[in-house]
Design a protein around this ligand. Structure first.
Ligand code: SF4
Length: 252
């Protein structure tokens, strides 16, 4: 009598989410308001599998408030490039405290990599793409390793490159959710007012999109909100978001 067939151990290495999944989510939640969509996902299939990524920039409070209203324990990832405005760090602490967020996770660039590739701290001035890679992209990749999905605060109105922004994308096998993709500036302002949320202290000075200090400038009347980022460079995004949209640039 022959040996019984041995069940082979098979490791499932398929990514948790595909572009097909993202497209299906897009259809499933069409017309569903952002807070309702988030509630269903955070309390359902993505519970314990998702993080919110925040730059604590000009409009970050809206999404963080939505998330905190559903579950204050959802991990919030903040990448401190070590080139941030001091005002952003203070705002991060104030807002997190106000919202009662319990799991703020701060990630920084690897000091060994900084020593090798940006010893002077001036890489932003001659190679901003390389600087973003070591100060933003790599730390975020590390931060997201335990998660299958993440929430981003991008909005379609912020720049011409974001107008076709979908609510769901696939990103390195993860589901990336942009709950505010179709929100207007007026909607965001109304949400701030309704929930009495604090503004980033630099917004009143004309900084409408706030990133690292060396690469952020004030926005002039009539410009896209993100026009003040990497001014003078042919660069509009930092590489954290790689959109599936044809023609869209890597973005942050
Ligand atoms: S935004 Fe500027 S300082 Fe910040 S990581 Fe990118 S290039 Fe470097």
């Amino acid at each position: 009598m022959g040996e019984p067939a041995r069940a082979l151990d098979v490791m499932d290495v398929a990514p948790p989410f595909t572009t097909h999944d993202a497209a299906a989510m897009q259809i499933r939640f069409a017309g569903v308001a952002a807070p309702d969509m988030l509630r269903e996902l955070l309390t359902g299939e993505l519970a314990g599998r998702i993080a919110s990524v925040s730059s604590y920039g000009a409009e970050s409070a809206v999404l963080l408030h939505m998330v905190a209203s559903i579950d204050k324990d959802v991990p919030v990832i903040f990448t401190n490039t070590q080139k941030m405005f001091g005002e952003t760090l203070a705002y991060r602490d104030e807002l997190s405290e106000r919202l009662g967020l319990t799991d703020l996770r701060v990630f920084r660039p690897d000091p060994r990599v900084l020593g090798l590739k940006d010893a002077t701290g001036m890489r932003w001035s001659y190679d901003p793409d390389g600087c973003c890679e070591i100060r933003k992209v790599e730390p975020l990749r590390r931060a997201l390793a335990p998660f299958d999905a993440w929430i981003s605060g991008r909005k379609g109105f912020q720049a011409g490159t974001r107008t076709a922004l979908p609510r769901f994308e696939e990103d390195e096998g993860r589901l990336k959710i942009n709950p505010l993709a179709d929100w207007s500036k007026d909607q965001l302002d109304a949400y701030f007012a309704e929930h009495d949320l604090p503004r980033h202290p630099l917004e009143a000075q004309g900084y409408l999109s706030i990133g690292c200090a060396p690469c952020t400038s004030k926005v002039k009347p009539g410009e896209d909100p993100r026009a003040g980022r990497w001014r003078g460079w042919d660069k509009v995004e930092c590489g954290i978001h790689v959109s599936a949209l044809p023609g869209d640039d890597p973005v942050f």
